[in-house]
Design a protein around this ligand. Structure first.
Ligand code: FE
Length: 360
């Protein structure tokens, strides 16, 4: 080998080596990125059983979850304040009207996901945008039902929402704050069924029937019936199911005292609400954010919603075995069918009515 040739060879070798080094450092980099992949979730789901859900996702994908917990309103105002600098990737809300509002306010990034579109029925997700993206997907549902003191009343006494305003229940009703999203959505739906005038009269009747000033969550209202402070109350089904499945003896004896009604079975059906998720408008990790939403629509996550938090799965064809949900709804129930946009658009009107009738 001549000196010249030797030099050439050495040069080639060093080039090759440099190439190899680049490849190996790239893959090391990719590995580092893979192990530190994370998504930021702003969540209004306030259910301790959900921890298992997040852990399962991280375990199976290696994607770390950072979570910010706040209520729906808090999350929406935070997103607005943060604007394009927002670190949020996934938004989880627990009210259909708030999901709709956030979509209208442009806080979500409409996405295309075959998995989600196949799993979640049309009526439980946003309408597609002009470009075919979908802004949010319902992931579970809950019904807003009436519980009553079995010693004082029977089912037929209180089998409609309208009857909550009957004068025979004067001083007997327990219900959480009127402006809580669960009630705003129920009242927004009532506005669709009865018209605004009738609804305001009805709300006035509710205020006249209050056993105490609205305070606490739905569980507190159920307990109010069980302890005799009130005789009828309004609650989301999963709070009731949680008590029904409790092994605590105090909870058990409370549950024995109360009956449950799925209202309006003979008319428009029981009011249903949706908990759902979306990708945040300014997400920097959209791929992993979509992956997380897809995971929430998977059989194992849906099963968790049904058995861990006593909600009805939103995904199609899910079989689940929750004794409390089965016991309270029997073979199922008729649920109200309303466009979510209509309920959402009524909310400002409802809040004004609540102010006028003094419903705190
Ligand atoms: Fe809740």
């Amino acid at each position: 080998m001549s000196n010249k040739e030797h030099k050439k060879m050495a040069h080639r070798l060093s080039q090759l080596l440099a190439g190899l080094l680049t490849i190996s450092s790239l893959s090391a980099n990719a590995q580092a990125q893979a192990t530190t992949a994370s998504i930021n979730i702003y969540s209004a789901r306030h259910y301790p059983t959900d921890e298992a859900l997040y852990n399962d996702f991280s375990k199976s994908t290696g994607i770390k979850i950072n979570r910010v917990d706040a209520d729906d309103a808090g999350i929406l105002s935070r997103l607005k304040a943060e604007g394009s600098a927002s670190p949020a990737d996934v938004i989880l809300l627990v009210d259909a009207a708030r999901l709709w509002r956030a979509e209208v306010d442009g806080l979500f990034l409409p996405i295309k996901s075959k998995k989600l579109e196949e799993a979640i029925p049309d009526k439980l997700r946003a309408k597609p945008t002009d470009t075919g993206g979908i802004a949010w997907f319902g992931l579970s549902t809950r019904a807003r039902v009436i519980v009553y003191d079995k010693q004082k009343y029977q089912k037929t006494d209180i089998d409609t929402y309208e009857k909550l305003a009957d004068s025979q229940f004067k001083g007997k009703l327990c219900i959480r704050s009127g402006s809580h999203p669960y009630n705003l959505s129920l009242f927004g739906a009532m506005t669709e069924h009865l018209g605004p005038q009738q609804t305001e009269v009805w709300l006035k009747g509710l205020v006249a029937n209050l056993a105490r000033s609205p305070a606490g969550g739905d569980t507190d209202q159920i307990k109010g019936v069980a302890t005799g402070e009130c005789a009828i109350a309004v609650t989301n089904t999963y709070y009731l199911a949680r008590l029904m499945r409790s092994t605590n003896s105090v909870d058990k004896s409370m549950v024995e005292k109360i009956g449950v009604v799925f209202p309006n079975q003979a008319s428009w059906g029981t009011h249903l609400n949706i908990a759902g998720g979306a990708v945040a408008k300014n997400s920097k990790n959209t791929e992993n954010a979509v992956k997380f939403l897809e995971y929430l629509a998977s059989a194992s996550a849906q099963n968790h919603f049904a058995n861990g938090n006593n909600e009805w799965p939103a995904a199609k064809g899910m079989s689940f075995d929750n004794p409390a949900l089965k016991a309270m709804s029997g073979g199922g129930f008729k649920s109200e069918v309303l466009p979510i946009s209509a309920v959402g658009m009524n909310q400002i009107k409802v809040q004004q009515m609540l102010d006028r009738v003094g419903f705190k």
